[in-house]
Design a protein. Structure first.
Length: 251
């Protein structure tokens, strides 16, 4: 969580700009043993690897620079993730010196393919390594901004039918445990359900009705504990749709 608690000992991000040429630098600090106010520009003056003279000059002549503490964070991981996100946006700009902060950003496609090919077929060397990876994935913090970004990437995309069939085939025969089923149910219960407080429109209902015509009911021939009783026996429907009056050609 981003905050501006500069009087507490927390990881923080900072900004430095040189007045003479307008060159800027954005960085992160998490090894501080004092608060950001007592640390930045007093004990710590940046860690630029692209231009070491930048930070050295800032240390000697602070009056020739504009500088400030940007944000504080609850954990080192949050601070690093935020710095990475910002630096990915600014690394191509000529007025920033964040060139070596994240070398992975600058890898070309050929280099990426070489790294990918070198990892194919390799297995984890030890059980300890596997456990470390599992623990890392379980404790990883993904904020709402990450999920919003993923949603935008897939929004409006239409995946080919073959893609859907592959997913379907991979799931066939998979049996979920009772606890897993219970967790899925809790995940879509009440306000968590996408249709909570909403109803389908008449058009949507007609389309659903049309899609069901000719299909074999999922409960056909199913035996219940109390006997062979239809699942919908005794249910009083609030609203009925007369299929005879539906013009499917217009839907």
């Amino acid at each position: 969580m981003r905050t501006k608690e500069f009087d507490k000992i927390k990881p923080y991000t900072y900004f430095i700009q040189r007045k003479s040429d307008g060159m800027k630098y954005h960085g992160v600090r998490w090894a501080n043993k004092v608060s950001p106010n007592e640390d930045f520009a007093k004990k710590y003056f940046g860690s630029s690897k692209s231009d070491k003279n930048f930070c050295e000059k800032f240390k000697i002549k602070k009056n020739e620079f504009i500088y400030k503490i940007c944000w504080t964070f609850s954990s080192i991981e949050e601070a690093r993730v935020y710095e990475t996100r910002v630096n990915k946006k600014i690394y191509k700009r000529v007025d920033w010196i964040n060139k070596n902060a994240f070398p992975a950003i600058f890898l070309n496609e050929e280099s990426k393919k070489k790294i990918s090919n070198s990892k194919i077929g390799k297995s984890f060397s030890s059980i300890k390594h596997k456990k470390a990876v599992i623990h890392s994935n379980k404790t990883r913090i993904l904020g709402p901004e990450f999920y919003a970004k993923c949603s935008k990437i897939n929004k409006g995309k239409k995946f080919p039918k073959e893609f859907g069939r592959k997913i379907s085939n991979s799931k066939k025969g998979t049996k979920l445990s009772k606890s897993h089923k219970k967790n899925i149910g809790l995940g879509v219960k009440g306000e968590k359900n996408g249709m909570f407080g909403r109803t389908h429109s008449i058009t949507a209902r007609m389309k659903i009705s049309k899609s069901k015509i000719g299909r074999i009911p999922w409960n056909k021939g199913k035996k219940y504990k109390t006997g062979n009783i239809p699942w919908n026996k005794g249910i009083n429907w609030k609203r009925k749709i007369n299929r005879k009056n539906i013009n499917y050609a217009t839907t």
